[in-house]
Design a binder for this molecule. Structure first.
Ligand SMILES: Cc1ncc(COP(=O)(O)O)c(C=O)c1O
Length: 369
């Protein structure tokens, strides 16, 4: 990126703010740790792009052994397929003529798979694919307890799978079930029980389909919080973990996850005002830091606590008056939710040993369609 090249080789503290930083050593260690786990089990890793939204990171995950990527949106799938990645799952429903036309265009140039949970959608995609002589691979999404998308386990899933098998230009590949209601349970034992209960619904549905002669090649699900729970279930073939690559303070507090993956993401902030010894204002507000999982906090500082965010300001309460930060000084903030924070930024500054090593455009940022 030409506009950003002048920053390469500079110290991270020379960057203007707000700036989104990745600690490259930590991110690479996270990729290696996850790849290492998936070398020991039957399931493979299909990391979710919604976390980092950047093809170069997806390429690094694939180079370490991931089989492809998971996307939430067509716009994300377009970004990675245009960047040369062919094996892409859209783990979401693609509904409406305009979006289906884009899906078919992608199917002409990749091995894209899509989740479906209703017969109208299956018929619409089949018709559009037939008209363009394309083939679309499908997973039936099953509601395994999150109560978001998905047909109910058992017979409804069987009926939808049968419909896909009978529909021209579609391939039924298998089942998807996302146990999103379990992934962030902080206690390992509670998470384990809840995730296994949820995944059993998917496994039972697979058994039921196979009893009716419907082969289920792919079983997809899982998130960062369940990578080694759902990932260890022999019937699962792929796991969609996303956050592990960058991490945040929410997942850091999830037992078994914070110990295995380091927080690689931070937002560099500048103190813009110290109007009172006990109050400090930084230039990182809601437009650069998500807060739906809680207010993000400064990294590595004691006696300071971010108490609130407005659009462009972060208010920090200073309880230790020896904290000498003054206007112009910089500090790093650790996001509470990596995925929604990344989506607020245009680029990452990749940092190694305190130096800017790379600048990466977040090309799927804002691709909500
Ligand atoms: C369908 C789906 N799969 C997987 C994930 C896993 O994400 P994470 O690893 O960030 O928990 C998510 C998270 O929202 C999701 O919606």
């Amino acid at each position: 990126m030409n506009t950003s090249e002048p920053f390469i080789g500079r110290r991270k503290t020379e960057l203007d703010t707000p700036a989104l930083l990745i600690d490259l050593d930590k991110m690479e260690a996270n990729i290696a740790a996850m790849a290492n786990y998936f070398s020991t089990v039957n399931a493979e890793l299909r990391p979710h792009l919604k976390t980092h939204k950047t093809p170069i990171i997806a390429h690094k995950q694939i180079a370490a052994g991931a089989i492809g990527v998971t996307c939430a949106k067509l716009g994300e799938a377009e970004a990675v397929i245009h960047a040369g990645i062919r094996d892409v799952l859209i783990a979401n429903q693609i509904v409406g003529a305009q979006k289906i036309a884009r899906l078919i265009n992608l199917a002409k140039h990749s091995e894209i798979m899509v989740a479906v949970d209703n017969s109208e959608n299956v018929r619409a995609i089949s018709e559009a694919a037939t008209a363009k002589d394309a083939t679309v691979r499908m997973l039936v999404e099953v509601n395994i307890g999150m109560d978001r998308c998905g047909v109910e386990p058992g017979k409804p899933a069987l009926e939808l799978a049968e419909l896909i098998r009978q529909s021209p230009n579609l391939i039924f590949e298998g089942l998807m079930g996302y146990e999103g209601h379990t992934v962030a349970k902080p206690k390992r034992s509670e998470r384990d029980t809840a995730a296994r209960q949820a995944m059993q619904r998917l496994v039972d549905t697979k058994d039921s389909l196979e009893k009716h002669g419907v082969a289920v090649a792919i079983m997809s699900g899982g998130g960062t919080g369940t990578f080694d729970i759902t990932g260890s279930i022999p019937e699962m073939t792929e796991i969609q973990a996303g956050s592990y690559v960058l991490m945040d303070s929410t997942y850091r507090n999830v037992e078994g996850i914070g110990e295995n993956f380091g927080c690689a993401l931070s937002v560099l902030a500048t103190v813009v005002s110290r109007p009172h010894p006990n109050r400090m204002i930084v230039d990182t507000g809601l437009k650069v830091l998500a807060k739906e999982f809680g207010i993000p906090q400064p990294v590595g500082l004691t006696g300071v606590e971010m108490s609130g965010l407005s659009e462009e300001h972060g208010k920090i309460v200073v309880s230790d008056e020896n904290v000498s930060l003054k206007p112009g000084d910089k500090l790093e903030i650790l996001p509470t939710h990596c995925c929604t924070t990344v989506n607020l930024h245009d680029r990452y500054y990749g940092i190694r040993n305190g130096i800017v090593e790379s600048v990466w455009e977040i090309s799927a940022r804002g691709k909500a369609q």
